[in-house]
Design a protein around this ligand. Sequence first.
Ligand code: DCP
Ligand code: MG
Ligand code: MN
Length: 326
Amino acid sequence: RVGSSYNNSYQMNKIILEEFQKLADAYRSRGDRWRTVAYDRAVGSLKSYDKEITGVNELKSLPHLSAKMLDKISEILDNGFSSKAKDVCNDEKTKVLETFSKIWGTGPVTAQLWYQKGLRTLEDVEANGNLTPSQKIGLKYYKEIQETIPRQEVEEIMQLVKAVALQLEPSVQFVPCGSFRRGKQSCGDVDILLILKDSVNYRSLIPKMIRELRKDGFLIDDLVGTNTSSSKYLGLCKLKGENKRVRRLDLFAVPESYSACALMHYTGSALFNRGIRLHASKMNMHLSECSLKMNGSNGQILPTPTEESIFEHLSLAYRPPEERHV
Ligand code: DCP
Ligand code: MG
Ligand code: MN
């Protein structure tokens, strides 16, 4: 079980984490999903270890660390680096694929395709990549999208968006989600869940909010095209003021009946969701952002009034958001 201490200040622990993160990122951009998940989990597991790492024996009780990973840690303890991470990162193809897959809306398959066409730089891709509209915006804000947002600024953005949501629909439940809800000090984006009463069409609020937020120049570009009945918005925003930067904003609207499953889904992490869904399927259930269902012919929907009730149906101990990083 992974805890929530992410303030590791031991130098060697930091180096080990960096080397493992490099491997995870390299495998991600190569499209090696299995190794990516394995290394992401290992990173999460190592982050939860709050003692100084001096040998591998002490790590054997940690989850998600394979024998090969322990060998790599052993090598890092001896030499200060992993030769595998060095190889993988010095590889020209991996570097290019990593650069490409950091364009928002670009997965490993597209990145590989561009590479095979002979494209090597962002300029190449801009000229000859045949970009989708989202990828064009992703490229336009390439640097900004890689930056993380300090928790304080996430709060400021949420306040502004909350005021607009409540003004348009006073009965809406406004719920901060994503890494912010998990307590992270810096977030990749701002994720907001909007829960609407059954008497309101849940698809009607976001389009109105977008219109309003665009008016005063807060929303500056959209990543996912929005129509008049959209329950989702993915875009870019910017607060007014001196050193304010372009930030990623995600809005999700759901009806009340989805609320706990949606809250759990949008709280994440993505890795946690993957794990708990796999667990559900092993128990012959299906967990999604809408509901928890029994598999089989009648596909009965289980009552999930709260997040706690989802853990209960799955015979798991409750984990608060701060303990859902992996
Ligand atoms: N999500 C998921 N699977 C994905 C992507 C997202 O289950 N492939 C869910 C879990 C995430 C949530 O949506 O926690 C929000 O997605 P983000 O990409 O915003 O991820 P986080 O908020 O967790 O992290 P970050 O700080 O990078 O935004
Ligand atoms: Mg997020
Ligand atoms: Mn998001």
